[in-house]
Ligand binder design. Structure first.
Ligand code: SF4
Length: 499
């Protein structure tokens, strides 16, 4: 292919002289050019087919990194930096990321709110430094200078890390474990869903069989984990409240009789979709020590709900929320998504006002992530005329709404291809923060996960090493191959318990 003949900035190539750090460079380029197709190749290989508008040339040896950027065949950036690759690989990676970030800021005239941080857990950095005894001001300076994080995001990450540290203080998380229970069915599949959830109507007849396998796995976990302390329980999905009241009772009762609840600090049922929640199901939950539930509107605009394929009304959300309050639920979370098709400032402002009127105990703000395996992505041409808007201003509106309800931020994570390169933030009132969310995001505690598609995470050596054991995603396979899932877990648990 002849370089420089056609200028297509939705087509970018990166050439490396060797294999290392490719993903870090790729993620940064994607953060600046989220809609571009980014292709990577290596020196000596044939250049990729097709025209590209920009080429990044990354070359590093043991003492030096060199980065050049060509646009339309002309070199527009070149810089060399000294490193010690053999002795300090992590620092070499930081230097390379800074170099790429600086080049792209120069080329685009833009900076990113999270600077060159590409990982999904930005609070891990301040958390680690706090544990090492650093002061907030020192951490702020380090984050700004090392990663180019903006003042707002630095403050947000440090505030959250401090709150998390305080919340985890009273928890013996290293000697305990948490339990995740997955119900992979939903009343309908949302346009943006990337969880691989299954439409309930197709599986109604097999839900009991699914519960048989799930209960078997839960019993197995309890037996294998022995006397290790269970600290939090999270039932998620999918939508757990797609279970009929009797099925829900069966599951909650099995959990109750199988596990020792002496040390359980939090028990969440992510009820989620208002179209699946009924008074009877809420009453079933009340028969058990469930401490926290979610009623997730995502938006309070009916038009958007219809577009994204959620088969409930705004009124359903309001009614279910009041019903849950009436039945005594005093820790209710609500999830919202920013950047939904057709939604801008005005629509978000309306949603926030409606949520404020209800006043949940915690609020989770997600920025829409355009993932590959979603209907939204598959049919993106169809939705192209609709705006997908997110901005710092909208993020600040959500922050203000949380503040108006007396909430502060307590956990944060990022996703790949997130709208506007923003973040997901959980806000909560004092004492209403979701402990499980912190444990999973900060990778502080081992989480045993049961159900189709559930991913168990073993945390070794104070979070410095993580090993995962995955269950198959497909419900039919999960049911048929449950013994194989147990065997996978047995191997993982044995390794974990033996250190
Ligand atoms: S409720 Fe959640 S899991 Fe279910 S389809 Fe919608 S996005 Fe997917």
């Amino acid at each position: 292919m002849k370089r420089g003949t056609i200028l297509l900035l939705n087509n970018i190539a990166i050439r490396f002289n060797k294999k290392d750090f490719e993903y870090d460079v790729y993620s940064l380029v994607k953060a600046f050019y989220p809609h571009a197709q980014v292709t990577m190749f290596y020196e000596g290989e044939e250049e990729p087919e097709g025209a590209y508008g920009m080429l990044l040339l990354v070359a590093y040896g043991s003492q030096e990194i060199c980065l050049a950027v060509e646009k339309d065949g002309t070199e527009i950036f070149r810089q060399q930096v000294a490193v010690d690759y053999e002795k300090d690989r992590p620092e070499t990676k930081n230097v390379l990321k800074r170099l790429v970030y600086g080049a792209l800021c120069q080329v685009t005239g833009k900076t990113l709110p999270w600077g060159d941080l590409t990982g999904i857990r930005p609070t891990k950095i301040p958390m680690k430094l706090l544990e090492e005894g650093w002061k907030n001001t020192q951490i702020a300076q380090y984050m700004r200078e090392t990663y180019g994080v903006s003042n707002e995001k630095t403050a947000l990450a440090i505030t959250i890390a401090n709150r998390e540290k305080a919340l985890l203080q009273d928890l013996d998380y290293e000697n305990g474990y948490s339990l995740y229970v997955g119900i992979p069915f939903c009343p309908s599949i949302c346009l943006y869903c990337s969880f691989g959830s299954h439409p309930l109507e197709r599986w109604t007849k097999r839900v009991d069989e699914y519960l048989d396998a799930l209960c078997k796995e839960l019993t197995f976990i309890r037996e294998e984990m022995g006397e290790r302390k269970l600290t939090t329980v999270y039932i998620g999905g999918g939508t757990p409240t797609t279970l009929e009241p009797e099925q829900l009772r069966r599951l909650l009762s099995h959990i109750q009789t199988t596990f020792d609840f002496t040390w359980v600090k939090e028990y969440t049922v992510e009820a989620g979709r208002p179209d699946s929640i009924t008074r009877e199901k809420l009453q079933v939950m009340k028969e058990f020590p469930v401490t926290r539930i979610s009623v997730n509107p995502q938006t309070m605009n009916q038009k958007t709900l219809d577009v994204i394929g959620r088969k409930h009304t705004v009124e359903d959300t309001v009614n279910i929320f009041h019903m849950a309050r009436e039945l005594g639920f005093d820790n209710i979370n609500m999830d919202l998504i920013i950047g939904l098709p057709g939604e801008g400032k005005e629509e978000v402002a309306h949603t926030l006002q409606e949520v404020e009127n209800l006043h949940p105990d915690s609020l989770t703000i997600h920025s829409l992530a355009l993932k590959r395996a979603t209907r939204l992505n598959l049919f993106k041409d169809k939705y192209e005329e609709m705006s997908f808007e997110n901005s710092q201003e909208i993020m600040e509106m959500t922050q203000q709404c949380a503040r108006n309800m007396g909430m502060g931020p307590y956990y944060l994570y990022r996703q790949k291809n997130i709208a506007g390169n923003f973040e997901n933030v959980g806000y909560a009132e004092v004492d209403k923060a979701g402990i499980y969310n912190i444990l999973i995001m900060e990778e502080k505690q081992t989480i045993l996960a049961a159900g189709a598609g559930a991913s168990t995470k073993f945390v070794f050596e104070h979070g410095t090493r993580i090993e995962r054991v995955e269950n198959v995603k497909d419900v039919n396979n999960y049911i048929l191959r449950i013994d194989e899932m147990l065997e996978r877990k047995r191997v993982g648990i044995e390794k974990y318990l033996n250190g």
